[in-house]
Design a protein around this ligand. Structure first.
Ligand SMILES: [Zn+2]
Length: 315
């Protein structure tokens, strides 16, 4: 049985963490780099461990590792050896596991909550390209080529002991199919597959979420299906449409609700943690069972979600 099924049999909501990159930037790291938060794996691993810890303290039942933009090809492009690249991927998982284990050592942290999981982030091929194509999905690669790209990272993350994989911000169906087929090469592994959506019905590449969720519904190693890195206002319709084609748990972790202005190169709008948590209640009512935050969300957002999630009666 996959770890999500076990936890969701006991708890109505599994609280995910929030943005890692946003927190690293708030703590002074410069992430203007094609490797983005993965750069910090090399430069300041202790800081990554601390951010994971802070999310556990805030109430996260699951950490998502700093491997979103990390890939063997990406690290080798920066002059690292194949072995060094694999070691950094494994390190991303170890940092989250160490943070989790230290947190869990204190009995005061174990009250009314499950032992947190470590989900190893598998970002899309476009995140490696770092040219914005992760929000277009127009790579021009075949399913087999996408499997070849993802294989070494997936192997390293699982070998390091991740509880499951978080295949996230996936912009197109072909990449989800490649990931699900690749998963079959690791028969004991499970993953959630989470898409980025451009509106209340479609992925960035144009497929309908319902088409993708219906296809993934038949994949036994896919433990949950959903959306992340998407504007919160689209979530109710996306969750409800996914629920019409699958009984698998629905995972959602949208952006804060601020929007990025590529001309001004900055974020605009407001992100209030309490308002975000109020919306999260609605996503739960819509049918989501795993809820957290993506870009620009912070431990405050997760604390606010956890505050109501813990007040729900146990299942
Ligand atoms: Zn995001």
């Amino acid at each position: 049985m996959n770890p999500l099924t076990l936890l969701l049999a006991q708890y109505p909501v599994l609280v995910l963490d929030g943005a890692l990159a946003t927190e690293l930037e708030r703590r002074g790291r410069d992430l203007r780099d094609p490797l983005w938060s993965a750069k910090v794996l090399i430069e300041a691993p202790d800081l990554i461990r601390q951010v994971h810890r802070d999310y556990f303290e805030a109430g996260a039942d699951c950490a998502t590792t700093a491997s979103y933009q990390a890939s063997v090809d990406g690290f080798m492009r920066r002059g690292l050896s194949h072995a060094e690249a694999l070691e950094l991927l494994r390190r991303s998982v170890r940092l989250a596991m160490e943070a989790r284990d230290r947190f869990w050592q204190d009995p005061a942290n174990r009250i009314g909550r499950p032992r947190p999981l470590v989900a190893a982030s598998v970002g899309p091929y476009g995140a490696f390209l770092a040219d914005g194509s992760e929000y277009r999905g127009d790579y021009g690669l075949s399913e087999t080529e996408l499997m070849d790209f993802h294989r070494p990272r997936m192997a390293a993350l699982l070998e390091a002991g991740a509880d499951l994989l978080a295949c996230e911000t996936i912009p197109c169906l072909i990449e989800a199919r490649a990931l699900a087929r690749l998963l079959a090469e690791f028969p004991n592994a499970s993953a959630w597959i989470s898409f980025s959506a451009r509106d209340e019905a479609h992925l960035w590449h144009g497929e309908r979420l319902t088409e993708c969720a219906a296809w993934l519904d038949n994949q036994p190693q896919v433990a949950a299906i959903g959306v992340n890195c998407t504007a919160p206002r689209y979530l109710p319709a996306l969750i409800e449409s996914a629920r019409t084609v699958t009984d698998k748990p629905v995972v959602v972790y949208p952006n804060s609700g601020e929007s990025y202005d590529p001309v001004r190169r900055g974020w605009s709008g407001v992100s209030d943690a309490k308002a975000f948590a109020t919306e999260a209640r609605r996503w739960y009512a819509n049918g989501a069972r795993l809820i957290g935050g993506c870009c620009r969300t912070t431990p405050d957002h997760i604390r606010a979600i956890a505050a109501w999630a813990r007040s729900l009666p146990r299942t």
